[in-house]
Ligand binder design. Structure first.
Ligand SMILES: Cc1cc2nc3c(=O)[nH]c(=O)nc-3n(C[C@H](O)[C@H](O)[C@H](O)COP(=O)(O)O)c2cc1C
Length: 289
């Protein structure tokens, strides 16, 4: 039996993200077990940028709940990820977790190509900003195969199902998970399938998902001409391995240039006055003896 991992970006219990993930699971015809995690239930600290995990089979030096999430990810056959829109983008939980993603690079073989679908929830129609891009970014760096990514609107918990069309959207996502990927409704990057672009003038563009540059023409339908670059991160298993090796090479580069780098950084050591967290006052919530 397949194991499907639902990753919930929203801290709100039984909110739209949670019920959307559970609804997709209900529509999936294949027998499966749905395992669900809410990212905010876990103590996940920020990445320290030490790169140690690259050399220790993915073991991060930070002692927190990250291994529980990665274990669930490794064991899953497929993923359903949902995040709410906060301030025109996906809420921070996905990015916060993904920032620890260097520790996934030693596990490319285990992770590569797991089918995944993404759901963004926004409270105001049209005000999802870059939510879908953020979810796609999360899924691509988890090295999944994105089968579909959709936005649904609903502000109050459960409100997404006031609109019956959303049941069809979720049912289509469910069919795509172990079937054919859903066709994009908008023009896409020919390299990665992303549908968000930065327009840089003179017909030049950059895909915001794979970050490759190119040009676009609009003679009838919009046409994007984009080629993969020499340093890709997730477009193929080989490129993910190459990126991982490149990162590991950073250690040798650092050791070679350590003294030169130190001369640059030390000069800035004493500038500015640091603001640090103040010692927290007793809030009066603690139990009195
Ligand atoms: C801090 C915060 C910021 C929000 N910002 C947006 C926004 O920019 N655009 C939008 O459409 N909805 C916004 N919303 C509404 C949520 O996306 C919406 O309520 C959604 O249903 C939440 O999903 P949940 O029920 O899974 O938590 C915001 C909600 C919160 C709490």
């Amino acid at each position: 039996m397949k194991t499907i991992l639902g990753i919930i970006g929203s801290p709100r219990k039984l909110g739209n993200c949670e019920i959307a993930v559970k609804a997709v699971s209900r529509y999936i015809r294949q027998p499966h077990e749905l395992k669900i995690l809410r990212i905010s239930d876990f103590d996940i600290r920020p990445c320290r940028g030490c790169y140690t995990c690259l050399f220790k089979e993915g073991r991060c030096v930070i002692q927190d709940d990250l291994p529980d999430i990665w274990e669930a990810l490794f064991e899953a056959d497929a993923l359903i990820v949902a995040a709410p829109t906060y301030f025109l983008g996906p809420n921070a939980t996905l990015k916060h977790l993904l920032d620890r993603g260097l520790s996934l690079l030693p596990h490319i073989e285990t992770l590569w190509g797991k089918p995944a679908v993404g759901i963004g929830i926004a409270g105001i129609p049209g005000k999802e900003g870059y939510t879908l891009l953020g979810i796609q970014n999360f899924l691509r760096f988890l090295l999944t195969h994105i089968k579909g990514c959709e936005i649904l609107y609903g502000a109050l918990p459960g409100e997404i199902f006031f609109n019956k069309d959303n049941e069809t959207v979720l049912s289509n996502l469910a069919s795509s998970l172990f079937g054919s990927a859903l066709a994009s409704k908008s023009p896409t990057c020919p390299v990665c399938g992303g549908d968000t672009f930065r327009f840089m003038g003179d017909g030049r563009i950059r895909c915001m998902l794979c970050s490759n540059p190119g040009t676009f023409r609009k003679e009838g339908p919009v046409f994007f001409d984009i080629c993969p670059g020499s340093h890709e991160m997730f477009l193929s298993k080989e490129s993910a391995v190459k990126h991982s090796e490149w990162l590991k090479g950073m250690k040798a580069r650092f050791l070679e240039q350590k003294n030169q780098l130190k001369k640059i950084t030390i000069d800035y050591l004493k500038d500015g006055t640091w603001i640090k967290p103040s010692t927290r006052e007793d809030t009066g919530n603690a139990e009195k003896p």
